[in-house]
Write a protein that binds this ligand. Sequence first.
Ligand code: TYM
Length: 332
Amino acid sequence: RPRVLSGIQPTADSFHFGNYLGALRQWVHLQEDHQPFFFIADMHAITVEQDPKVLRERCLRAAAQLLAMGVDPERSAIFVQSQIPAHAQLGWVLQCLTGFGEARRMTQFKDKSAKGGEGAASVGLFTYPILQAADILLYRPHYVPVGEDQRQHLELTRDLAQRFNHRYKKTFRLPEPYILKSTAKITDLQDPTAKMSKSASSPGGIIEMLDDPRVSAKKIRSAVTDSGSEVRFDPEEKPGISNLLTIHAALTGESVTALEEQYAGRGYGDFKKDLADIVVDVVTPFRDRTLELLDDQAYLTSVLTRGHEQANAVAEATLRDVFARVGFVAPA
Ligand code: TYM
C-alpha cells in the first residue's frame, strides 16, 4: 500500500473550510487504500509566539477534530510532531544541505514576515520549510495531500531529497504533492481573491468548522458576491460566486456545471440560502462529535500514544540510515 503523510498546525481553536476542503477530506479518503501518517505540527506552530496553555489545548482539539472528521486511528497513525525527536534531528541535517538563497525564495516566509519586518521574524519561521521537508522525508511517503499553498514546500522537499540521495546514497523517496485542483485554494468569503486563512482572514471571511452553525450559515449568506446576478463559475470575473460554487460542489458531490444549470435564472440569494443549509448539515454533526471527543481526553491521549509508537519506529529507522550515511558515529 502506498504511503501518505500530511500535517496541520494547531494554531487556531478550529479548523476552517480551507483546511477541510483543501486537505483534510483527502486525508480521510486516502485512508481507504493507503498507509497514512497524519500529524499535528506543533513545532511549526511555535515559529510564531504561542501561549503554552492554549497550544496544548489546541493540539488536543486538533486531534479531536481529525477523529470527528473520520480520520480512523485503526488505519492511520495520528501523532504529535514534537513527540518524535527525529523531526528536529533530520531537520538539522537538511538545513545543512539547504542554500541560504534557496530558503530565502520561500514565499511563505516573505508573506508571514512582511507585517513585522524580517528582523522581527524568528529564524524558525525562516527555516520552517526545511523542518517540513524533514517531516515528510522521514516517512518515505508516496503522496502528500495538501492545499495549493504548500506546493512550494513540496518542491523544496523533493529538491532536498534528491540532493541527499545524490550526495550520499539513495535514502529518500521523492514524494508527490497530492493537490486536488477543484479545492486547492478556498478563498476568503469577504475577499474572494485571497486565500481563506486563519491568520489573515477577517472573521466574516472564514468558516470555522467548530463555530456555531448558525453563525456559519450567516457568513455564507453574507458572502461577497460579484456584480451581476448569474450563478456562473468564472474565477477571474466572478471570484466570489465561483468560490461558493466550489464549496457547494465539494460538499454535495454535484458538478459545478450541474449547479449552474440548477440555478440558472434564480440569482445569488437562492443559491446562498441553499448553500447555507448544506453547510449547517455538514458542520453540525462534526461539531457535536468533536465536543464529545473533547470530553474524553483519556481516549484522545491513547490515540496519540499509539500514533506516536507507530510513527516513531518508522522515523527512527530512517534517521539511523541518514546518520550513518552522513558519517555520524553510532553509539555502541
Ligand atoms: P496549515 O496548518 O496551514 O494547513 C493545513 C492544510 O490545509 C490546507 N489549506 C488550504 N487548502 C485550500 N484552501 C485554503 N484556503 C487552505 N488553507 C489551508 C493547507 O494547504 C494544508 O494542507 N506547513 C503546513 C503544515 C505542515 C505539513 C508538514 C503539511 C507541517 N509539516 C508536512 C504536509 C506535510 C501548514 O502550515 O498547513
